[in-house]
Ligand binder design. Structure first.
Ligand SMILES: *Cc1c(COP(=O)(O)O)cnc(C)c1O
Ligand SMILES: [Zn+2]
Length: 565
């Protein structure tokens, strides 16, 4: 039996934990935190604790000595946690930033980082012998709690707002939960759930105020530190290393917030590691909200101590529609004052654009709430708030099953209509070939002349994802000029600094040849141009883009402008 206590945020009274509490027994405050005893040897000494991790597998419960459950027999697990920490290769190239890591929480059992919260909350209910409970959710908590509750044989009453996508609600019902749809805001929904729980005398999950949520999110910090330690040591990030390599904290942790329990827990985790000397710092914190429901971002920028509520959230991003942040805002604000960081509002349109960029650049299908984080990342890098040498970890908080219709509309397929079967298989085959040719109507030919393979790959990737272009590549100036002469492309994308024949010489050579004079040129360069160099290009090129500081959309709009209709 593992012993630990609960401490009250208001009066600091410590109470030995025997079962889930929903308020401080001394003063009635709801916000409680777990604290662990210093008597067990492996908790006193951080090195011993890290060494002890090697006996555990790769899921969240590897950190069980610092998790709020008394008996391991009560663990309800679906293999959550220890999600991959992926380097953002193409996004990093596009943004000119080498150290962006994606904590891929989409890979949790129900597709979001709420699985962490669910495994701990439901295990605690099981341990307390609770068989029926109530939770309010903007969607993902409902799904995660329902899955784990099903496994534990606990009945869930799930309260969601009517704006939660129907497919999400259907999944909740699939697990056997009662789904109650509340027409109103999420904050109304929480009140209805609390009234219902009180009237039926059922256990109500406290969300951010309870210990399960914060202790769960803390494991994200542990994992990130352990995985970044591996990366710094040059070994596979996915291998649990325990105490083999020094753990590391990133410079930044980024997350989209609704109630804010993710960052509150994650920062608690890093603070614990830092105070034990396991990492050397606590990261700066950047939180993002949808601008149609951004009580924390707005209050932060107004310098308010206490948040101003948003009574009528107007956002398509229902996962983030908490208009009444309460004390979570004050906690986050204190954390940012102490460790650095910001809270920013992001427009839905920018989030949906980021959603597509992340899918097309790095192969991650993310939910709109998560896209808010990526749009925020782009913003902070562009504004220079996040510096190029800083290590950034982005919480890739959820998957987009099913992709909502306003993101990818109706006309995304290329349709093949086969001729009526004639009974003649040769004719039928011919019809198929014609049909297949028709689906690839690439008319515009673009030549990329670029000696840096990473840059060439990025440009090709942007063109492939968004346009019907035939792409030709050359990786040095001489081959490039030969390619341009031979193929006469509709557009040339050109690097300037190349060995042998450089980009300036190619521009000049093209201008001398009558049949190449009018071919538009877009220059993408890593070089700061001198006034003389600018003059050499003046009037001869359509656009000049700086490597690492343009977005895919900038390049595509330059291309559309440069290409003849
Ligand atoms: C819950 C959720 C968030 C917001 O998290 P909080 O820390 O609770 O504010 C962001 N993204 C996804 C996918 C979520 O499910
Ligand atoms: Zn108290």
């Amino acid at each position: 039996m593992r012993e630990f206590s609960v401490i009250c945020r208001n009066c600091h009274t410590q109470t030995a934990y025997t079962q889930p509490l929903n308020a401080c027994p001394h003063c009635g405050e709801h916000w409680l935190d777990a604290i662990y005893p210093l008597t067990e040897t492996n908790l006193v000494n951080p090195a011993d604790w890290r060494a002890s991790l090697s006996q555990y597998g790769t899921n969240l419960w590897r950190y069980r000595q610092r998790l709020p459950l008394r008996d391991d027999a009560n663990i309800v697990s679906l293999g959550e946690g220890w999600t991959p920490l992926l380097r953002a290769h193409n996004l990093g190239l596009m943004l000119g930033h080498d150290n962006i890591y994606i904590k891929d929480e989409r890979q949790g059992p129900t597709g979001s980082f709420k699985d962490r919260q669910a495994t701990i909350a439901i295990s605690a209910l099981k341990e307390a012998g609770i068989t029926e409970a109530v939770v309010a959710s903007t969607g993902n908590v409902a799904i995660a709690f329902s899955a784990y509750a099903a496994r534990a044989g606990i009945k869930m009453w799930v309260f969601v707002t009517s704006s939660v996508p129907p497919d999400k609600m259907r999944e909740v019902a699939l697990y056997g939960s009662e789904v109650i749809k509340v027409a109103g805001t999420y904050d109304d929904c929480k009140k209805v759930a609390a009234d219902f729980a009180a009237s039926k005398n059922l256990f109500l999950d406290l969300g951010i105020k309870g210990i399960a949520a914060k202790e769960a999110m803390k494991t994200l910090a542990y994992e990130i530190a352990e995985q970044l330690g591996n990366i710094a040591a040059g070994v596979d990030a996915s291998l649990p290393s325990g105490d083999r390599y020094p753990w590391q904290a990133p410079d930044w942790y980024l997350q989209a917030v609704s109630g804010g329990l993710g960052p509150v827990g994650v920062m608690k985790g890093f603070a614990e590691l830092a105070s034990a000397g396991i990492v050397d710092k606590v990261p700066k914190l950047a939180c993002f909200q949808s601008s149609g429901c951004a009580p924390m971002a707005n209050s932060f920028h107004k310098g308010l101590q206490v948040a101003e509520n948003v009574d009528n959230p107007i956002t398509e991003i229902t996962t983030l529609a908490t208009g009444v942040p309460g004390v979570a805002y004050e906690v986050l604000r204190e954390l940012i004052e102490r460790y650095g960081g910001t809270i920013e509002a992001i427009d839905d349109a920018d989030a949906f654009q980021a959603l597509q960029v992340v899918a097309q650049m790095d192969g991650l299908s993310i939910e709109p709430a998560t896209a808010v984080t990526f749009a925020g990342l782009f913003k902070l890098i562009r504004e220079g708030v996040i510096k190029p040498h800083e290590t950034v970890v982005v919480n890739c908080s959820g998957h987009t099953f099913p992709v909502e219709k306003h993101i990818i509309g109706e006309h995304f397929t290329r349709d093949i209509i086969l001729e009526e079967a004639t009974g003649h298989s040769a004719a039928r085959q011919e019809g198929l070939l014609t049909a297949l040719e028709d689906i690839d109507p690439r008319v515009q030919r673009i030549a990329i002349v670029e000696d840096n393979p990473d840059a060439a790959r990025l440009i090709r990737r942007i063109l492939q994802a968004q346009g019907d272009y035939l792409i030709e590549e050359a990786n040095n100036g001489l081959d490039g000029l030969a390619l341009i002469k031979q193929k006469r492309p509709n557009l040339v994308i050109l690097d300037l600094m190349m060995p042998g024949l450089d980009g300036f010489a190619i521009v000049e050579a093209m201008k001398k040849e009558r049949h190449l004079q009018d071919v538009p040129i877009i220059v993408i360069t890593a070089k700061e141009l001198s006034p003389i160099e600018r003059e050499r290009l003046d009037g001869k090129i359509k656009a000049l883009l700086q490597k690492g500081s343009f977005m895919d959309s900038d390049l595509l709009s330059d291309i559309r402008q440069a290409l003849p209709e």
